[in-house]
Write a protein that binds this ligand. Structure first.
Ligand SMILES: C[S@@+](CC[C@H](N)C(=O)[O-])C[C@H]1O[C@@H](n2cnc3c(N)ncnc32)[C@H](O)[C@@H]1O
Length: 418
C-alpha cells in the first residue's frame, strides 16, 4: 500500500525500509556538505535540492513524528550551515534552493502544513512546493537550476518513485547532460521488475521508461528462470541503468522491506568518483540495514541475489572489510598489472577504474595497493616519477602506481603456477 497523507489526518506510519532510506539520505547529505566545504577560503556554497516524489513531509514512528525526505533536506542544509561555520573566520554563505514536487494535492497540502508549522516560508524563493507530476516539472526545474548556477549546476535529485517505471531514464540522462555537478538518487523496485517480467504487451509498455529493448527483455526473461537468475538480471540491469542514464558511477543500496521481502534499490548515480565513495562509506556506516550476497572482490554478483547458493551474505561490517581486503589482493594485483603495464597510472585513475566493481571504499583500495607495494608486486612513484622508497602509510591521489620492470606477471600469480 503506498503511503497516504491528508492535511487533516496524522501522517502515515513509517516502515522499517523507509527508515533505512531516510537514514542513508540524512547521512549522505551530511557527508556531502562536509566533503564539498573543506576549503576554508570558500565564500559561498550554492546547491539545488530537488525532491521529485516528495510525499507529505512527515511520518509517524510509534508516538513520535519523524521527518520525511523534504524535511531531511532542509534540516541537513541548515545543520551543515551551522556546523561548517563554527570556528570559521570568514563565514560561508549557504545558498540552497529546494524544489518539492508531488502529484497528489493532499500530499502537497500536508507537506505545506508541515513546513509552515516548522516556520519555513514556502514559495518564498528558497522553498518551492509544486503539486504536479515530476516528469512535467523536471525540464522547468533543470532550466531554473541552470539559470541559478550556469557553470556547475550543482544539484541533488531525489527520485523516490514507487515501483520501477515512473522515472524515465532519459529524463535522468537529461539531468546529467544539462547539470555538470548533478547527482541522482533513484529508488528502483528491482525485485518487482523481475517478478513482473513477462512478455505481455503491458509489461513491455511499462518497461518503456527503462529503454530496455525487446531483445534485452528476452535475455532478462531467460535469466529469470535460471539458478541465481535475479543476480544475473541485476547484473544486466545495473550497467544498463548507468549507461542509459549517462552516469559514470553508481552505488546500488539494497533495502529489503520486511513485509514484502522484495528488495529495492536506493541507487545513487553520479559523474564523480568521490560522490560514489562518500555514498559507499554510508553503506558501511549503516551496515545493519544493508546487505548483498557475494564476495567483496571484483566478482560481486550485482550486489545481491535472492538465490544465493553458496554465496556468502555480505553485511558491510568490520570482519567483511578485512576479508574483502584479503579477497581483493589477487584480483587487484592482476588488474594493476593490466592497467599499469604500458605506463604508470595515478592513484586517482586506479580508484576511478575500480570504483563501480566492488564494495570497497577508496581507503580499502588504497590499503590493498599499499599491501601489494609491501609485497613488491608494484612500485609507488611520486608525481615527478621518482620511486618512493620509504615506508608509506598513505597514498597521495597523484602518486603513480607502476609495475616493476623485472616482473612479467604478478608474483602472486607466479607462485600459484609453481
Ligand atoms: C514513496 S512516496 C515519497 C516518500 C518521501 N520521499 C519520503 O520518504 O518522505 C512517493 C510519492 O510520490 C508521489 N508520486 C507518485 N507518482 C508521482 C509523479 N509522477 N510525480 C510526482 N509525484 C509522484 C506519490 O503521491 C507519493 O507521495
Amino acid at each position: 500500500m503506498p503511503f497516504q497523507w491528508h492535511p487533516d489526518d496524522p501522517p502515515p506510519l513509517v516502515e522499517e525500509h523507509s527508515k533505512a532510506k531516510l537514514t542513508v539520505l540524512r547521512r549522505y547529505l551530511r557527508a556531502y556538505f562536509d566533503t564539498l566545504n573543506v576549503n576554508p577560503r570558500r565564500e559561498q556554497f550554492k546547491l539545488d535540492l530537488v525532491d521529485g516524489f516528495a510525499g507529505g513531509g512527515t511520518f509517524r514512528d510509534g508516538d513520535k513524528i519523524v521527518s520525511g525526505t523534504p524535511l531531511i533536506m532542509l534540516e541537513e542544509a541548515e545543520a551543515a550551515r551551522d556546523r561548517i561555520n563554527r570556528g570559521r573566520a570568514k563565514p560561508l554563505r549557504f545558498d540552497c534552493k529546494h524544489y518539492f514536487v508531488d502529484k497528489k494535492a493532499a500530499h502537497t497540502a500536508h507537506l505545506r502544513r508541515a513546513l509552515t508549522d516548522r516556520g519555513y516560508q514556502v514559495d518564498g524563493g528558497a522553498i518551492v512546493v509544486r503539486n504536479s507530476r515530476f516528469e512535467d516539472e523536471a525540464d522547468g526545474i533543470i532550466a531554473e537550476i541552470r539559470r541559478r548556477q550556469p557553470r556547475s549546476g550543482r544539484a541533488i535529485f531525489l527520485l523516490d518513485q514507487t515501483g520501477f517505471s515512473r522515472v524515465e531514464l532519459e529524463l535522468v540522462a537529461r539531468i546529467f547532460r544539462d547539470l555538470r555537478d548533478a547527482e541522482v538518487i533513484l529508488t528502483f523496485a528491482a525485485d518487482a521488475l523481475v517478478n513482473h517480467l513477462s512478455m505481455t504487451p503491458a509489461l513491455i509498455k511499462s518497461a518503456a521508461p527503462l529503454e530496455l529493448t525487446e531483445a534485452q527483455i528476452h535475455e532478462l526473461l531467460e535469466y529469470r528462470d535460471r539458478d541465481g537468475g535475479r543476480a544475473l538480471i541485476q547484473r544486466v540491469l545495473r550497467p544498463h541503468i548507468r549507461s542509459v542514464a549517462g552516469s559514470d558511477y553508481d552505488t546500488p543500496f539494497f533495502i529489503r522491506p520486511r513485509r514484502s521481502r522484495r528488495a529495492l534499490w536506493f541507487l545513487h548515480l553520479s559523474s564523480h568518483p568521490t560522490a560514489r565513495d562518500v555514498m559507499i562509506q554510508r553503506h558501511w556506516d549503516v551496515h545493519n540495514t544493508f546487505e548483498h550476497y557475494g564476495p567483496g572482490d571484483f566478482g560481486m554478483l550485482g550486489w545481491d541475489a535472492l538465490q544465493p547458493g553458496a554465496l556468502p551474505l555480505f553485511h558491510f561490517e568490520d570482519l567483511e572489510a578485512r576479508r574483502m581486503r584479503e579477497q581483493l589482493l589477487d584480483p587487484m594485483a592482476r588488474e594493476l598489472f593490466g592497467l599499469a603495464s604500458k605506463s604508470p597510472i595515478t592513484v586517482d585513475e586506479m580508484r576511478c577504474r575500480l570504483a563501480n566493481r566492488t564494495a570497497a571504499r577508496f581507503t580499502d583500495l588504497d590499503a590493498v595497493v599499499l599491501r601489494l607495494r609491501q609485497e613488491r608486486e608494484i612500485e609507488i612513484r611520486d608525481s615527478g616519477g621518482k620511486v618512493r622508497s620509504r615506508p608509506l602509510t598513505r597514498l597521495q591521489s597523484d602518486d603513480r602506481i607502476a609495475v616493476p620492470e623485472t616482473l612479467l606477471l604478478p608474483m602472486r600469480e607466479i607462485s600459484r603456477l609453481r
